[in-house]
Design a binder for this molecule. Sequence first.
Ligand SMILES: [Ca+2]
Ligand SMILES: [Ca+2]
Ligand SMILES: [Ca+2]
Length: 311
Amino acid sequence: MRSRTVRVVTGVAALLLAASSASAEFIGIEVVPVSHPYGFSTWRVYAAFDAVGQDRMVSVAGTPSDPLSIEVIGGTFYQHGSGGDTPPDSFLFATHPELEYDTFVTIGKLADDTATILVGWPGFDSSYLGSTNTAWSVTPDDPQGEPAAGMLVLLGQFSTADGTGISGAFLIQTVSDGVPDTRDYVTFSTESPAIPAVSTYGIVILAALLVGAGVIVLLRRSRRQWAKSAIIVLVASTIMLAGAAAFATGQAGGRDCPADIDGDGDVDMSDLLAVMAAWGSGGGIPEDVNGDGMVDVLDWLDVLGAWGTCP
Ligand SMILES: [Ca+2]
Ligand SMILES: [Ca+2]
Ligand SMILES: [Ca+2]
């Protein structure tokens, strides 16, 4: 798994800033305003890629370290009464033309989405969609995940009758440049420049800097305080190291192919459904793929990331 933080600033003019430009991979989020005559505002949020056949969308997720949040700036979501949280049925457009601009999430479809799976789904609040334990996904063999026109994959459509824009942040899991299970945390906004996403490592470094600054201040005050500040530094360092060790252990995984939950030699829909069925359970079962003591979105992403035949 590769992990990067991509910072994307979007504007009303559908400006796209690519975070990186390696040969073929997920390069950023593009937000496109949509014109229609129905008296509310609509934006489509896309993942942008750069090469056919090498790249595809798998999941949009919120995890404890990379939370999902999508919100209306200064207002509420427009939700059509005949729509849902995934794209509408196109046969209703003739009688409900404004339904085409409903608010929903998807992987790759404006209507008639038959493949996007919601897991741990919190539902839309009036002005907010957020969670640290959810995802919407397609399996890595589903055509809906393939970049379409303009090398884009639609991730959602968001409308508002009373707000001025949308902003958000989430984890994106892709096959990028042929590399499965590539994960990027992205932020976007239709208005002011996006606040850069702060990674876990960034928080640790910031904490270390703050502790260091505290030590300097104390040293300047008196020598007696020095011992106390040394203890603070020691305790803080120990906690950080223990956290890092626990994280590394959790990532390691003991079995050859832990995502093959049913042990039939490949990672496929049956393994994915097993995670869904055991959602919220504790550890000690095969569905806790990463062995962190909880069946949650991280296990879901690990199954999607290991899709295919076991090595
Ligand atoms: Ca809706
Ligand atoms: Ca299996
Ligand atoms: Ca787990």
